[in-house]
Design a protein. Sequence first.
Length: 63
Amino acid sequence: MFNDYQDIITVDELCEMLCIGKNSAYTLLATGQIKAFRHNRVWKIPKLAVAEYVYKSSGISSR
């Protein structure tokens, strides 16, 4: 899943991966639904965190 992306992605890539807008992406990050961190003012999002969010949201076990 998401093999075309680096291990750490940007907000723009998150939007592309989930087909969502930036407001929705920032809401997911701010509420902790997708685990990420900020370096200076830039969000760093682990690709695995996005995959976990997708699995959890869809009710599918990731293992």
